[in-house]
Design a protein around this ligand. Structure first.
Ligand code: AMP
Length: 174
């Protein structure tokens, strides 16, 4: 994988969606067929060290990576969604965001007791979103084997909030 070339495809957007936020825009990387395939295959290879039955994707950009990785690994795909989007009986977990607060939901029958899962999102910032997703999985009795991200903003210390769970990311920014 050509890390430097791929890093250059992650675009910085200052003051989006709010003043003071440096937004990591992954769309240029997704638009590049070679880089997108490389990222998906690298994530899948890294994740195959800790085999799971289910990949959990966080809405919405997490879905883009989670579905592709689940396909490559031959896993099921479970959706953690924003409030009011899931049609069936759901569990909810509120969380703080780098810019605001929100809650996430999961279908009550999405995971089973003892099931091994990995969670994927595009960016790890403060860790609130990923922690909420992990809490939902754990409330259903699943075992979170790893939390995996394309981008990690080291200076926001999200990794610490997710301890003792295993955290893996492709591109770290300090
Ligand atoms: P957090 O809960 O603070 O770790 O925020 C992570 C979630 O918010 C992820 O779903 C990201 O898509 C989004 N996010 C937070 N900060 C950024 C950022 N600087 N650039 C792009 N996405 C971000």
């Amino acid at each position: 994988m050509n890390s430097e070339k791929h890093r250059a495809l992650i675009r910085d957007i200052p003051d989006f969606p709010k003043l003071g936020i440096l937004f990591k825009d992954i769309t240029p990387l997704l638009q590049n067929s070679e880089a997108f395939r490389d990222v998906v295959e690298t994530l899948a290879r890294d994740m195959s060290r800790h085999p799971v039955e289910m990949i959990v994707g966080i809405e919405s950009r997490g879905f883009l990576l989670a579905s592709a990785v689940a396909y490559v690994l031959g896993c099921g795909l479970c959706l953690v969604r924003k409030p009011g989007k899931l049609p069936y009986k759901s569990l909810s977990q509120s969380y703080d965001l780098e810019y605001g607060s929100n809650s996430l939901e999961i279908h009550a029958d999405a995971l089973t007791e003892g099931q091994k899962v990995s969670i994927i999102d595009d960016v790890l910032a403060t860790g609130g979103t990923a922690l909420a997703a992990a809490s939902l999985c754990e409330k259903l009795g699943a075992q979170v084997q790893s939390l995996v991200f394309m981008v990690e903003l080291d200076f926001l210390n999200g990794r610490e909030r997710l301890q003792p769970r295993l955290v893996h990311s492709l591109y770290r920014y300090s």
